[in-house]
Design a protein around this ligand. Structure first.
Ligand code: CAO
Length: 435
């Protein structure tokens, strides 16, 4: 006689009334010992109810959404290894079975175990292993999604869950793989050349004091994803320098007095000086494309603009063909457009090199993140009057701090130092911009 035993919810620690979120088997399925029968999910952990025996599922006693605690009946399993039962064909290779059916007989001739009483047929609660009870810091996903991710070599810690409570679904794993394939060799797939970082720390901040939660803006999310990729994938180095802009500022002031209808800020001089430097050092006006460097013959300059919703980088096209006043007008227009959320994708594409100016705010230097697929970005901080030795005495000069971050795969340190030195000279003596 085949023996049917109960598979119960084992010891699940302090959890009670935990909802069944997934049934992992169907009636008639063969299961191995410890194979998952159902998945339970509390607000903190996902757990699998393992089958205490190898055998065949005869009845499933729970349904999706049922709340269960330790000892609840999950399924009835017709167990393998019963003395009365014929040996399982599965254990024999097909060819051997066809050749020698009689060979199975001796295996069945084991002494019959004593018939268990009703109470003995109940499986004793089994404590969950650390692998099946998952703390909150472990990615939140059902076992079938875990298996799916494992098969594809995806590290779930890097996948963002879109389901209720941030749970990772099969579609999230698929989307991650698609993005990884689109991202090429540097994409973060486990076992590849990804970063394999440990999961982000989960902290209950409210435990330490009052908090408020505010959703990130759409721009924050988009720029955050781009910044994180660029920071992680590009070997950044930042070169610092200072430009003496004493004469430039005197000229800018005079220009400002003459031009009442347009505000001329130091930024437009920087755009012109950057264009001259890009013309002098073409590797900075380039993008990496596999094993090739794409050198651009046009000069479209991205300008980082701070808006209440986050950072955006509209592009000024053909900056080499525009004068200081035309650039000032366009800069004012794109700043307004950015702050009024009116920039479209066309306004933000095609850039060759970006400038991020914090000069109107303050600071002495910073390390800007390159706006891929560009290979360099210029950070500009607030100019300051400083004493500079002129060979005879210290003279007051207005110095502008420059911070050039560059992609070290494309540009080496000497080229970066030449680029910033050229920039500084061009800003000190504007005639060089005309060369
Ligand atoms: N040193 C000293 N003063 C400077 C300066 C500098 N480097 N750059 C600008 N200023 C002055 C301007 O002359 C202006 O002074 P007045 O009002 O007295 O004429 C004042 O600072 C404000 O300038 P502005 O910021 O309005 O204009 P801008 O052309 O310099 O910049 C824009 C325009 C859109 C780039 C800027 O408003 C902005 O958004 N900057 C932030 C960019 C950013 O967030 N970058 C960080 C990216 S990395 O996270």
């Amino acid at each position: 006689m085949a023996q049917i035993k109960e598979a119960l919810v084992p010891d699940i620690g302090d959890y009670t009334d935990v909802p069944v979120i997934e049934l992992l088997v169907q009636v008639g399925d063969r299961v191995d010992k410890d194979q998952g029968l159902a998945t339970l999910e509390s607000d903190k952990a996902t757990m699998e109810v393992p089958s205490p025996f190898a055998g065949t599922v005869r009845e499933i006693k729970v349904k999706l959404g049922d709340a269960v605690s330790e000892g609840a009946l999950v399924a009835m399993i017709e167990v393998d290894g019963d003395a009365q039962a014929a040996p399982k064909a599965k254990a024999e290779p097909t060819a051997a079975k066809a050749e020698a059916p009689a060979r199975a007989e001796p295996a069945a001739a084991k002494p019959e175990p004593a018939k268990p009483t009703a109470s003995e047929t109940r499986s004793p609660p089994v404590a969950f292993s650390a692998d099946t009870v998952l703390p909150a810091s472990v990615p939140y996903a059902s076992p079938s999604v875990r298996v799916f991710a494992r098969e594809l070599g995806v590290d779930l810690a890097q996948v963002k869950g879109s389901e209720r409570g941030g749970r990772i679904g099969k579609a999230d794993v698929q989307a991650f793989v698609k993005a990884a394939l689109a991202g090429g060799a540097g994409a973060p797939v486990a076992g590849g050349n990804g970063l394999n970082l440990i999961p982000w720390p989960k902290v209950d901040f409210a435990k330490f004091g009052e908090i408020e939660r505010r959703p990130l803006s759409r721009i924050n999310k988009l720029s955050g994803a781009n910044l994180a990729r660029n920071w992680a994938m590009i070997p950044h180095v930042t070169q610092f320098d200072e430009a003496d802009i004493t004469e430039m500022e005197a000229f800018r002031k005079r220009l400002g007095e003459e031009q009442k209808d347009v505000k001329v800020t130091p930024l437009v001089f920087l755009i012109k000086a950057v264009v001259a430097a890009l013309q002098q050092y073409p590797a900075f006006n380039a993008s990496l494309d596999g094993d090739e460097l794409v050198l651009k013959k046009y000069f479209h300059i991205g300008i980082a603009v701070d808006t209440p919703d986050g950072l955006v980088v509209p592009v000024i096209r053909d900056a080499d063909k525009k004068g200081l006043l035309a650039l000032s007008k366009e800069l004012a227009e794109i700043s307004v457009k950015a702050r009024e959320r009116k920039l479209g994708p066309a306004d933000m594409s095609g850039g060759c090199f970006s400038i991020s100016s914090l000069g109107g705010i303050g600071g002495t230097a910073f390390t800007p993140i390159i706006n891929a697929p560009e290979v360099a970005i210029l950070g500009v901080s607030k100019s300051q009057m400083k004493p500079v030795w002129n060979g005879k005495e210290f003279a007051p000069r207005l110095l502008l701090p420059l911070s050039l971050s560059y992609d070290h795969r494309v540009i080496d340190g000497a080229a970066a130092a030449r680029f910033t030195a050229f920039l500084a000279r061009a800003l000190t003596d504007l005639r060089r911009i005309l060369l």
